[in-house]
Every structure is written in C-alpha cells, then in structure tokens.
Design a protein around this ligand. Structure first.
Ligand code: HEC
Ligand code: HEC
Length: 186
C-alpha cells in the first residue's frame, strides 16, 4: 500500500500539469482499495476449532470475542456462505447504558412465551463485557413469537425492561438502533 502510494506520488510529480487530475485519481484509488477491502472482508472464512464445529456459540459474562457493537449482527452472521462455521446467530444484539452514551457490560436477555416475563422461559443469553449478546442455539419462536426481557444490574432505577410485542426473529439490532430506540439499561 505504501509503495503503491509512493509510486503514484512520483507519477504525480512527473506530470506537473496534471497534478490536479492525479490527486483526484489518487483519492479514487484509495477509496476503491478501501471498498474492495471491505467487500473481501465479507468473504473471510473462519476456521473453527475442530471440536467447536457442532457446539453452539453463545456469549458469556465478561467474554470479549464479539465486535461491531450496535450493527445488525445478522447482516453478516446469517447470510455468509460459511455462516454456520462462525455462527449463524439466532439471537444477537447490543445494549447501551440508560443514557445511550456508553455500553452496558454483561446485559442479560431472556425470551418468554408471554408478555412481562410470563409463560415459559425459552432462552437466557448472558451478554459479554462489550455489551453484545449472541447465540447460535436453536430457538423456537413458535407461531406466536417470543417476548424479550432485558435485565440490567440490580441497583439500577429500572433494572428490568419488557418488550410488549412479540418477536419472530432474534435480530434485535435490526430494529433497535435504526428503527426503534437502541436498547439501553443501567
Ligand atoms: C460486517 C460483518 C459482520 C457484522 C456486522 C458482525 N460480524 Fe461478527 N464476525 C464477522 C466475521 C467475518 C467474523 C469472523 C472473523 C473475525 O473474527 O473477525 C466474525 C466473528 C464473530 C465472532 C467470533 C465467532 C467465533 O466463533 O469465535 C463473534 C462472537 C461475533 N462475530 C459476534 C458478532 C456480534 C455480536 C455482532 C453484532 C453486534 C457481529 N458479530 C456483527 C462479521 C461480522
Ligand atoms: C421488529 C422490530 C424489533 C425487534 C426484532 C426487536 N425489537 Fe425490541 N422493541 C421494538 C419496539 C418497536 C419496541 C417498543 C414497543 C414494545 O415494547 O413493543 C421494543 C421494545 C423493547 C424493549 C423495551 C424497551 C423499554 O425501554 O422499555 C426491550 C427490552 C426490547 N425491545 C428488547 C428486544 C430484544 C432483546 C430483542 C431481540 C431478542 C428485540 N427487542 C427485538 C422492536 C423490535
């Protein structure tokens, strides 16, 4: 990259009269590298440890292997050709603090068959210290959907929050952030 840039730089020097045009080209060149790099990243195939191939990948308290806080995890962890190798997430998302200023470490998500934490508890996902939660477990959303519950620290003013309507897919960040208020708890 450096050498390419240098090379371009000398070309620019030689063609003094075309300096302006070349500058534009350099910018376009750098932009295209960035774009191509981003696209290539999307096709990265992750080689899981042999013994982990069939194990569910689940976030855990104080874990730190996740990334892309706030983005819709499933935009990648579902549609990739090799998604099953690095996690076809069934439920995933991110949680801020109440002020939506910083991340909330180790959030807890529970999914129930009825509103307000009633009915059957179908899943509990312990989020990590980066504020993200994710799982590849098979989760039955049933025909009626599931009701998410978000649990913060016991000392918070509002330490538990209930989604009133059911969800049929676990891609929390596809709504929370872009279409509904980002998830947040203290
Ligand atoms: C732009 C695409 C993209 C988005 C968005 C994305 N990921 Fe990833 N994720 C990847 C790729 C590619 C890998 C494998 C390479 C790596 O570790 O960077 C990965 C790896 C991971 C891993 C490691 C899996 C393992 O088996 O070790 C976790 C955990 C993870 N992502 C969680 C998340 C969470 C949670 C979100 C949403 C907050 C998310 N990712 C959003 C592309 C993405
Ligand atoms: C289809 C869009 C959508 C999806 C997907 C979604 N939500 Fe929501 N969520 C909303 C909307 C809209 C509200 C506000 C109305 C309500 O509670 O039904 C809400 C409210 C909430 C609340 C209550 C917030 C408060 O301040 O009281 C929590 C907690 C919550 N959602 C958690 C989740 C979790 C966890 C997931 C993923 C497992 C998720 N939601 C998936 C749209 C969505």
């Amino acid at each position: 990259m450096r050498r390419l840039l240098k090379c371009n730089f000398f070309l620019t020097l030689r063609k003094q009269t075309l300096i302006k045009a070349m500058r534009k080209k350099n910018i376009l060149f750098i932009l295209s590298i960035v774009v191509v790099g981003f696209i290539l990243q999307s096709f990265v195939v992750i080689k899981p440890q042999e013994d982990e191939t069939n194990k569910a990948v689940i976030s855990k308290k104080n874990g730190d292997v996740s990334h892309f806080f706030g983005l819709n995890c499933m935009s990648c962890h579902k549609n990739f050709r090799n998604a099953e190798k690095f996690g076809r997430f069934t439920v995933a998302g991110s949680v801020f603090d109440e002020a939506r200023a910083r991340i909330h470490k180790n959030p807890i998500i529970k999914l129930y068959t009825e509103p307000k934490a009633q009915g059957k508890l179908v899943a509990t996902i312990n989020g990590d210290k980066l504020g993200n939660f994710f799982t590849t477990e098979n989760i039955d959303f049933t025909r009626n959907g599931l009701y998410p519950v978000l649990i913060g620290s016991p000392t918070a003013t509002e330490s538990i929050k209930y989604m009133q309507t059911p969800i049929f897919k676990g891609d929390c960040n596809s709504c929370h952030g872009p279409r509904a208020e980002a998830l947040g708890i203290d």
